[in-house]
Design a protein around this ligand. Structure first.
Ligand code: SF4
Length: 354
């Protein structure tokens, strides 16, 4: 029997009993051959539907402060010395932040993620973000707010919680072993400590990864197991968008099938945890986006921090076409476009669609 066919029943049994998954079985998922890819998807999908039914959580990013970061994370278009052509601006006003949040909520988001570039906030920054959170909560009482401001100092998580933040995001991004290859201005331990500070203040911990940064399959399994140890509530799965002007420019190491295996591996390692398709899903999953939504239960709507996502309307169509519904219960129209008569190729003078 292949590794996949022995690994999947063991992983499903671990999911049933709440036992920790075996690292070797998670590795077998990442190494599964193409003819067994749909077996992997089916197993992971079973857990998704067991714990989340046909619901999808829609999240919306508000970039409060973009670019000009002093840290040197190699994957990041906002890093020290980045020549990437991304927006650079300092703190949005409270009103502008609230306005951006409102647009996301109108688009169907039930969580707004308020993010700022930088190593970590000053106390004054936390006050400023706290005011923005208070306004967003006043205007949208049912919406969850997640803050993502980098490494936190003592007391800052508590202040964010007092302002009404529900969650704090700080991605571990990769394995401890691989971390020094992608960043040297802060450590993996720094990142884990911030996740713990958020938890200590009662904020729901959100932490995930970026795949496609030169890591190997063992690193991805280590991340999955680390996030179990950190007991996080939500896991954004990002796929590297290798901006020109960053050290990882031109790094395209993933196939859509491998991205699907990564999402499935995360689900099998975290049966009941929110798994979110995050930046890079359009470029990397490509035709498998809808399939991935039968494994993941959460998605970012619209644009990312420094890159454009597909149109929010296309996201909503993707969800509706997959037979899924947003968490807050809005119904979405299935995507339908009228047939367009062909006016190119054979029988015309126009270039063929080939
Ligand atoms: S700390 Fe955050 S904003 Fe700064 S370079 Fe790293 S990932 Fe980018």
């Amino acid at each position: 029997m292949s590794d996949t066919s022995t690994a999947l029943p063991r992983l499903l049994e671990a999911a049933d009993t709440g036992a920790a998954p075996d690292a070797k079985d998670l590795l077998a998922v990442l190494k599964s051959p193409d003819p067994e890819l749909m077996d992997v998807v089916a197993a992971a999908s079973r857990l998704r539907y067991r714990h989340f039914g046909n619901r999808v959580k829609l999240n919306y990013l508000v970039n409060l402060k973009s670019g000009l970061c002093p840290e040197n994370c190699t994957y990041c278009s906002q890093r020290l010395g980045s020549e990437a052509d991304v927006l650079k601006y300092t703190w949005l006003s409270t009103d502008k932040a609230a306005e951006a949040a409102k647009a996301g909520v109108a688009g169907g988001a039930s969580r707004v993620c308020m993010v700022a570039s930088g190593r970590g906030p000053t106390d004054k920054d936390v006050e400023r973000v706290g005011e923005a959170i208070e306004q967003v909560k006043r205007e949208n009482p049912d919406v969850e707010v997640c803050a993502c401001l980098g490494l936190l100092k003592e007391g800052q998580a508590r202040r964010l919680a007092e302002a009404g933040a529900d969650a704090y995001n700080h991605n571990v991004n990769t394995s401890q072993r691989h971390y020094d290859d992608i960043c040297t201005t802060h450590t993996y331990a720094d990142r884990l400590e911030t996740v713990e500070k958020a938890k200590g203040a009662g904020l729901s911990p959100c932490s995930g990864l970026i795949a496609g940064m030169g890591e190997d399959d063992e690193d991805l399994v280590d991340v999955a197991l680390q996030l179990r140890e950190s007991d996080v509530d939500s896991i954004p799965v990002n796929f590297l968008l290798p901006f020109d002007g960053t050290p990882l420019e031109g790094t395209w190491e993933l196939t859509p099938r491998q991205c699907l295996r990564i999402v499935a591996m995360m689900r099998l390692a975290h049966p009941a945890t929110e798994i979110r398709l995050a930046a890079g899903r359009e470029a990397h999953l490509r035709g498998y986006q809808a399939t991935a939504l039968h494994i993941a239960n959460s998605i970012f709507l619209g644009d990312y921090l420094t890159s454009e996502g597909q149109a929010a309307a296309a996201d909503r169509e993707l969800i509706a076409d997959a037979g899924l519904v947003p968490e807050e219960g809005n119904t979405l129209e299935e995507g339908r476009s009228k047939p367009q008569p062909r006016k190119r190729g054979a029988g015309t003078e126009a270039a063929p669609n080939a």
